[in-house]
Design a binder for this molecule. Structure first.
Ligand code: ATP
Ligand code: MG
Length: 472
């Protein structure tokens, strides 16, 4: 098959010329070829294999580029990187790999194209296109990856037990590609993941998280989480999620399976946001339910305090996975903590005061919190489904009204501490805090509007009540 039309970008002619100048064979491989054939135009990183030194080839390409791009060299890996506009070109010498049991870092020797294609994770990632003038555009597909692309299959080129045991990260990559591309993992490969899942423990947390993110960023993340669960990987990586599995039944009283519910929520939210941290929130919003679950004859199943418990678990989970313990984590924690608030509110008749309080507490996260709560509606009863969504519509409507009038979202006290001190000739003291709190409460309750004059008058009133005298 000739795929010259995949190589329209002028960069390929430059690589071709450079390789011929060095009398070196070279190929474009992996994701670029796969995504071209799948008509996914996501590939901004292009992998080039040289039969020889990838670093030398990269330098030659840089010489032939008009604007003398800088080559980054990674000596230990024998690779080189070059940026050209929005494209990142990665050059590597073809290699042959052999693995030892305790590490995913192989012994590496120089090899030919055939060796290099064999060390690749999946047949669909082992496709290569020739770049030299003599074979420009020729597809090399030793493992029939084209057929697997057509049949939408993830298959390892060699015995999957060896492929996955050599580099256990490939198990996660299999799940990730199955999710991103909506492909099926070949039964033999899937079986091999089930046999090798424990070996994921030798992979660094950072690499695991990269794959988790890619799964979460996919159109339908549940595909990945179901595969992770089925293979045993999820229990190793995110035991908090597998703990949500199952339905308990005591004297005919049952609760829903919070694992499947959670996956539905994640798929729902994926339709409404690309923010991966909001998707994390959907995944984690119920994790506090496993440790807080209780049964009583009177009220049946309860999960009291699961939001607070869950938000604390978020910290431990992030820490274990070596994810950043920064504002992103705090965002996830806060949304998990507040995840039941809009629901509780929409079950009552919705007062302005309750809406103001919700907006005040959620602050800048209010829109994301509403998106989470709407995604959380997974009832199969169409009447209830409609009712809950309508309730949230009402909450959103009320939020707009209240916000127009009182600007609670980024609330700043209308009267400052300094002004209170000046009005009553005070040094710093607890009365100032009491007055500020009183004004805030009056605004949230709707007793006064969020305006300077009204707040100032209320300050004078409250101060007098506290026995303070105004400066004259
Ligand atoms: P994407 O860039 O969309 O994540 P990709 O296929 O380009 O997909 P990369 O991680 O960029 O994935 O890797 C480039 C190529 O390197 C892959 O297509 C595959 O051939 C090979 N590869 C990457 N990681 C591994 C691995 N752990 N084991 C074997 N081959 C791998
Ligand atoms: Mg890539």
């Amino acid at each position: 098959m000739n795929l010259e039309h995949a190589l329209k970008d002028p960069i390929f002619k430059i690589i071709s010329k450079s390789a011929d100048e060095l009398d070196m064979e070279c190929y474009v491989v992996g994701g670029f070829v796969r995504d071209f054939l799948l008509d996914r135009n996501t590939a901004q990183d292009i992998d080039i294999v040289a039969i020889g030194s990838g670093i030398e080839l990269a330098k030659q390409v840089a010489k032939n580029l008009p604007n003398q791009s800088k080559v980054s060299i990674f000596k230990t890996y024998g690779t080189a990187m070059l940026r050209h506009g929005t494209i990142a070109l990665e050059f590597v010498g073809a290699r042959k790999e052999s693995y030892r049991k305790e590490s995913r870092n192989p012994e590496v020797e120089d090899g030919n194209l055939d060796d290099d294609q064999k060390r690749r994770d999946f047949t669909i990632n082992a496709l290569a296109i020739g770049l030299n003038a003599s074979n420009f555009g020729t597809l090399l597909d030793p493992f029939n990856g084209i057929k697997d692309l057509e049949n939408k299959r993830i298959v390892t080129p060699l015995d999957p037990n060896i492929t996955f045991s050599d580099d256990p990260l490939r198990m996660l990559r299999a799940v990730r590609f199955a999710t991103q591309l909506e492909f099926e993992i070949d039964p033999k490969s899937l079986g091999a993941i089930k046999d090798n899942f424990q070996r994921i423990n030798i992979i660094t947390k950072e690499r695991i998280v990269v794959e988790l993110h890619k799964i979460l960023e996919s159109p339908k993340p549940s595909i990945g989480f179901l595969l992770l669960e089925k293979t045993g990987l999820l229990d190793v990586i995110l035991p908090e999620i597998t703990a949500l599995k199952g339905i308990d039944d005591v004297e005919g009283q049952r609760h829903k399976d919070n694992f499947y519910h959670t996956l539905e929520v994640v798929d729902n939210i994926a339709k409404h946001t690309d923010n991966v941290w909001l998707r994390w929130t959907a995944l984690l919003h119920d994790i506090g339910k496993a440790p807080t679950k209780k049964f009583s004859k009177k009220v049946g199943w309860t999960f009291h305090g699961h939001e607070l418990k869950g938000s604390k678990m978020v910290y431990h989970l992030f820490k274990r996975l070596k994810m950043p313990l920064n504002d992103k984590m705090k965002y996830v924690q806060k949304l998990v903590f507040m995840s039941s608030r809009p629901i509780a509110l929409s079950n009552e008749n919705i007062t302005d005061a309750a809406v103001r309080r919700l907006v005040f507490d959620a602050g800048e996260y209010i829109d994301d919190l509403m998106t989470l709560c709407e995604a959380d509606i997974t009832t199969k009863n169409p009447r209830k489904f409609k009712k809950y969504h309508n309730n949230f519509k009402l909450v959103r409507q009320k939020m707009i009204e209240v916000e127009e009038r009182d600007r609670i979202r980024d609330f700043q006290p209308p009267v400052t501490g300094e002004e209170i001190m000046k009005a009553f000739e005070l040094k710093p003291c607890r009365e100032i805090g009491i007055i500020k709190e009183f004004i805030k409460e009056a605004i949230l309750e709707g007793h006064i509007p969020n305006e300077y004059q009204a707040a100032y008058d209320l300050m004078l009133e409250k101060g007098t009540q506290l026995g303070l005298t105004t400066a004259s």
